[in-house]
Design a binder for this molecule. Structure first.
Ligand code: SF4
Ligand code: SF4
Length: 501
């Protein structure tokens, strides 16, 4: 029945239906171009399939047989296969389309509420109850600034709002009064697009274009480079939503310009080895953000060392690994989400550790926070920095660098997600996102806030923050990841051998 519905929905799309506010026939996966060569999934750094298995997988995905497709079940949304495909058929978008069809039919599992600002128990409201006063007042001022816009704007990102402390720097000088943004801008549709929520992404894009043009913005810098890519590449090229009137660019470009012009003075060269983590969206716009990050590092005296997977082939930090766990027959189990997340984060961290660098530089705030999470859980010696923070150091400032504190806050918030899923049955119900609104985040109930404060207190207390317990946590997390990896490998072998029957 499910497959039948899926085929009907495919037919609907192929004749140009508009029920979801999208026309998938010509803008996304190009089945008219695909020749089933299999290169996309063979070279995918996550799936690691033989060419034969990869050909099988793409065919399964095209005919809608998602139970047989490893890409459907394990894609971490890194966007690499689109760059590999020799005929630009957009295989990554085919996965998004299949996820989209599943949402239409079944809704989303309860755990997905965590990343929707209008849903109860969302990550922003959860972290806010653990945030310092100085950060809370910044969030308030950024929201107020939406009503007093400048022609030049520095847009806060979805995940910037989880760590407002990064704006406490003199580095951004004249841009400081122009900082504005809040979670109701939906991260420029970055998360909904990765989730395969195609209609919602289009809705957000149109809402933002209207808002930014009403605000009279003529130049927009984005704290999160990834969001600049949504505004300058994904939304215009996939949905035809044009943001050229405000020429969005990552803040990283502005910082490099100021370094080159001498307006940001390098007071001391850092003389350190750094590994660069290229985020999924840095692969858009010809990969310019990747080059800007490297150039910035060299300018401040860092030696850049490369990871096994970098630039177009870079692995997702791991955050994207939560997405396939929201789909398919076992979707919605937070333990599965947690394990696949930890496995993917740790895989990236291991590549970082293998470079010998003690510092990893990132330009995406989601990567920053989630790589910091695996760092604290595994007691890694590698530290995670935003490129902006290293420039602050070179300019003579000491960045606040509260990333470890925030990582433990995330652990507390996720503990609450697990608690609710285990002990409150109504919290396991699937849901559908009713509408996209430009509204403040939905605050926590007093009971939820109390529980998260309680978990936060425990994780920040000496009970956890002592060498013996941190060591024990690290051994346990690595042990769980290894067990989970073996189980993933077994399931992959089983899936592939079942195709031969
Ligand atoms: S999407 Fe591109 S790379 Fe993948 S099978 Fe089709 S033609 Fe080959
Ligand atoms: S988007 Fe990345 S993880 Fe997903 S199938 Fe393509 S290459 Fe693999």
């Amino acid at each position: 029945m499910y497959l039948k519905l899926r085929s009907l929905s495919l037919l609907y799309f192929s004749i140009g239906g508009e029920g979801l506010g999208v026309d998938l026939g010509f803008r996304f996966f190009r089945d008219d171009l695909c020749n089933y060569c299999g290169l996309c999934f063979e070279r995918c750094p996550v799936l690691q399939l033989s060419l034969e298995a990869a050909k099988w997988d793409i065919k399964a995905l095209v005919r809608g047989d998602t139970d047989s497709s490893l890409a459907f079940q394990r894609c971490t949304t890194c966007n690499t296969c689109d760059l590999i495909c020799p005929v630009q058929a957009n295989p990554y978008e085919l996965i998004l389309e299949r996820w989209n069809e599943e949402h239409q039919l079944k809704g989303l599992p309860a755990i997905a509420r965590f990343v929707f600002p209008t849903e109860p128990g969302n990550i922003w409201a959860s972290i806010r109850v653990l945030m310092e006063e100085d950060e809370l007042s910044l969030l308030h001022s950024w929201r107020e600034n939406m009503n007093n816009p400048n022609k030049v704007m520095l847009l806060t990102g979805f995940y910037t709002n989880l760590m407002p402390y990064i704006a406490m720097t003199s580095l951004i000088g004249e841009l400081k009064p122009a900082i504005a943004g809040f979670e109701g801008l939906w991260g420029c549709a970055g998360d909904t697009y990765k989730l395969g929520m195609i209609g919602a992404s289009e809705e957000i894009g149109n809402m933002l274009r209207k808002k930014f043009s009403e605000m009279g913005i003529e130049k927009m810098y984005c704290f999160m480079g990834a969001e600049a890519m949504m505004l300058s590449d994904v939304l215009p090229n996939r949905f035809g939503i044009d943001f050229s009137f405000c020429n969005p660019e990552p803040l990283d470009y502005w910082i490099l310009d100021k370094l080159n012009s001498g307006e940001i003075e390098v007071k001391r060269k850092l003389n350190m080895k750094v590994a660069v983590h290229d985020n999924c969206l840095s692969k858009y716009m010809g990969g310019r953000l990747q080059e800007v990050t490297r150039e910035t590092m060299e300018h401040i005296g860092c030696e850049v060392v490369e990871m096994q997977h970098n630039r177009d082939l870079a692995l997702c930090c791991g955050w994207g690994a939560t997405i396939p766990t929201l789909h398919g027959s076992t979707s919605g189990n937070p333990l599965r989400t947690l394990l696949y997340l930890l496995d993917s984060l740790y895989r990236r961290l291991q590549e970082m550790e293998a470079t010998g660098a003690r510092v990893v530089v990132v330009s995406c705030h989601a990567c920053y926070i989630f790589l910091s999470l695996i760092k604290v859980l595994t007691n890694s010696k590698v530290d995670i920095y935003l490129s902006q923070e290293l420039v602050q150091m070179a300019a003579g400032e000491i960045p606040l660098h509260r990333n470890e504190k925030r990582a433990w806050d995330i652990v507390a918030a996720f503990t609450d997600v697990l608690f609710r899923w285990l002990f409150i049955p109504r919290e396991r119900k699937r849901f559908s996102l009713k509408s996209i609104k430009m509204e403040p985040i939905l605050q926590l109930s007093p009971a939820d806030a109390k529980r998260i404060r309680f978990f936060g207190k425990i994780y920040h207390s000496v009970v956890i923050q002592n060498p013996a317990m941190r060591g024990l946590i690290s051994i346990t997390v690595k042990g769980l990841i290894n067990l989970y990896r073996s189980s993933l490998a077994r399931k992959k072998r089983k899936l592939i051998s079942s195709r031969m029957k």
